[in-house]
Design a protein around this ligand. Sequence first.
Ligand SMILES: C[S@@+](CC[C@H](N)C(=O)[O-])C[C@H]1O[C@@H](n2cnc3c(N)ncnc32)[C@H](O)[C@@H]1O
Length: 446
Amino acid sequence: MDSETVNLIATDPPFNKGKDFHATPDSLAAGARFQDRWRWEDDVEGEWVDQLADDEPHVLHVINGSRQSYGDDMGAFLCFMGVRLLEMRRVLREDGSIYLHCDPTASHYLKELMDAVFGKRQFRNEIAWCYTGPSNTRRWFPRKHDVILFYGKSDASPFYRDAVRVPYKEASFTMGGSGSLATKNRTGDYRTGREEALRRGKVVEDYWTDVPSLSVTTERIGYPTQKPLALYERIIKASSNEGDVVLDPFCGCATTPVAAERLGRQWVGMDIWDGAHQIVIDRLEAEGLAGPERTPDRLFTFGDVTYSTQPPERTDAADVASPYLPVSYRRRSERWERLSRAQIVAHLVEAQADGEGVTCGGCGRVLEREFMQLDHITPRSDRGANDITNRILLCQPCNGKKGDRYTLRGLVRENKRDGWLKDETLARIAQDNATAKAERVRNEMS
Ligand SMILES: C[S@@+](CC[C@H](N)C(=O)[O-])C[C@H]1O[C@@H](n2cnc3c(N)ncnc32)[C@H](O)[C@@H]1O
């Protein structure tokens, strides 16, 4: 999808429950199933990890942290989510918002991941969707809430509080002095205006107890993990306007698209389940929102639901989404630009070789190849390229110090100041050799 085209993402991805889900046989969703088990070896592409290491190291730190403390499955799940959340950030408009539905299995790790992708300043709420139902737990409290993580993309993301007011509980109101009904304000004074306040209601808190789970409604269509429309309608009202674009990249049996259509939003739904398209149509028809033909009160027809199994083609020339959040180009890259990380390392090891070891381009130490790490000459955050012409091998301490903070020249300056610069001449030779090698590779492969 093109960058910055979506106002709101409201999505409910897999939760890392470690099991498979199946639809109820004979239901509208019969045959649907999805797997919610994760293995590092099967589900993580090496390319994702390389890309995260290069472009979003803080995201990779969160993934690695969860892998250490919880296990490989959580690391794999977070890696799957991490690369997708970065794309979600790219397609969101600058004033967009995202609601990520999860449960306490992974909500604590996903919040860290969201902080790493969207920034801690953009955290808005951790909403608890509370429900009731039977439970047979004996050693802990019944687990009866889901978590919805709400983030903005920037400070400009709107919140339509008047669209999500709910009635006050009668007990919040008391009788005023003159017999007129009054509300008690924060300082303890009584104020008239009960009717007005009652009429407006209050903005719902970050715990939602008024949306029952689907086991007790007729809305259920048999899709496992189906969520209530009321939940998604509240989200859509809070963070979008009529006509805005709402995206759910894990839309299952189409709860977000149906809620969006009910509220007059445009929407895009995606799912790996090949029956998702038909369910969208079936549910829109059942709701009276779409039919075979246009009528005065039904403008939406089945033909308006466009469906594709191919990813959409970008028409924005792969423009950079946000100046401070560079996105990768989709322009057809040259062969030398597509060298893998391992190939770049091999070329630079050769270029920076010195006897038995490799010279660090930051401090001039000659160390075994195992102590060398690949870094960028100009940091990615300063729009440095990811190809061999902007890469250098540094020793571990230099790589750690440089991070995204310094250019290579800045690192050498800092090393000099800190007394870490071992041999400036050797460092310069390593740098020159790396640059010359990159030029040679580039010419040979062009
Ligand atoms: C928790 S369910 C969503 C349920 C949805 N909110 C509803 O009310 O029906 C998660 C969905 O993610 C889909 N899914 C799993 N892996 C996916 C992937 N790699 N790409 C797209 N969808 C995926 C599953 O098919 C499933 O429908």
